[in-house]
Design a binder for this molecule. Structure first.
Ligand code: C2E
Ligand code: MG
Ligand code: MG
Ligand code: MG
Length: 292
């Protein structure tokens, strides 16, 4: 039962917390097994250029199908992976699989594709990260400009000074950096001029109601304008409808990613998707006519 300590009412433990920590322990041991038995998979969500409708990149997203518990979402296990430090091994595995896959697609007919890899704050704080990234790129044979590391604002700002150093190192090594979930953090915009960035990923929470909510419309429009003036590319996340596509196109957004184009796919599914893909499907009829 809840044990209240002193007058601050500091709560050491209650049944809900005990249950939570038991679940976390179970998750940690399951994640260790998963690493050992290769149960983690990387899926890929296509990123489409607004200019010509081509698939220009993919985002690598971790998938975990547990033999007993079924599908466990990254939202559920990531925090536990970070807390336990397992994210370092898991993250390295994701990085290697993503880079290897991008390299192999480059030699087939789909390429060249940029591959986005999400980084956790624990990875970003590891001073050996730039070396690790360069080593993986070299071993797998992918030119660095095809790797796009995704950092949320809070990850990027977790230590502003070492964050700047880290980004400088990636910049020198030729790797691209994107800000994920842009607009949802609490940081000031001043980091945009200090960090060496490539792309802003407009968070799906702004995109969702873009056609009905005048404020979301204004925010997304303003982000795209600002990014253009700063020389940064923009990609809208969570695009699900053609109406959202229209507005984003009108505003000059560079790329889109979302269920409208495709859900995240296994590498085999992505290959089928890419082979049957018709860029024209994502280009406006008017543009199609102008091009012909
Ligand atoms: P994120 O990086 O912002 O990834 C985008 C999330 O939006 C993914 O969820 C994706 O499946 C989902 N999504 C894509 N298109 C749509 C859409 O049209 N509508 C909706 N409603 N959702 C869409 P997912 O795969 O569950 O990942 C959630 C978060 O977990 C990611 O957010 C990322 O922060 C984290 N994550 C996933 N894989 C990794 C990884 O390998 N490493 C790290 N550090 N974090 C990861
Ligand atoms: Mg991401
Ligand atoms: Mg995001
Ligand atoms: Mg997110």
């Amino acid at each position: 039962y809840a044990k209240k300590e002193g007058r601050r009412g500091f709560c050491f433990s209650n049944p809900a917390m005990q249950e939570q920590s038991a679940r976390n322990l179970q998750l940690v041991s399951a994640m260790n097994d998963a690493l050992e038995h290769d149960q983690f998979q990387v899926h890929f969500q296509p990123q489409i250029s607004m200019q010509d409708g081509h698939v220009v990149g993919v985002e690598a997203l971790l998938r975990w199908q547990h033999p007993e518990f079924g599908f466990i979402s990254p939202g559920e296990f990531m925090p536990v992976a970070e807390e336990s430090g397992l994210i370092l091994s898991i993250g390295e595995k994701v990085l290697r699989s993503a880079v290897r896959q991008a390299r192999s697609w480059m030699s087939e007919d789909f390429g060249p594709l940029t591959v986005g890899v999400n980084l956790s704050v624990v990875q970003f704080r590891d001073p050996h990260l730039p070396e690790l990234v360069s080593r993986i790129l070299k071993e797998e044979g992918l030119p660095p400009e095809y790797l796009d590391l995704e950092l949320t604002e809070s990850v990027a700002m977790s230590n502003p000074q070492s964050g700047i150093d880290m980004m400088q190192q990636f910049h020198e090594r030729g790797v691209q950096i994107s800000i994920d979930d842009f607009g949802t953090g609490y940081s000031s915009l001043s980091y945009l001029k200090k960090f060496k960035l490539h792309k802003l990923k407009i968070d799906q929470s702004f995109v969702r109601d873009i056609t009905t909510d005048p404020e979301d419309k204004a925010i997304v429009g303003a982000i795209i304008q600002m990014a253009k003036r700063l020389g940064l590319r923009t990609i809208a996340e969570g695009v699900e409808t053609s109406e959202q596509m229209e507005y984003l196109r009108e505003q000059g957004c560079d790329e889109v990613q979302g269920y409208y184009c495709s859900k995240p796919l296994s590498s085999e599914q992505f290959q089928i998707f890419a082979k049957g893909y018709e860029a024209e499907a994502f280009v406006l009829p008017a543009q199609r006519m102008a091009a012909s």
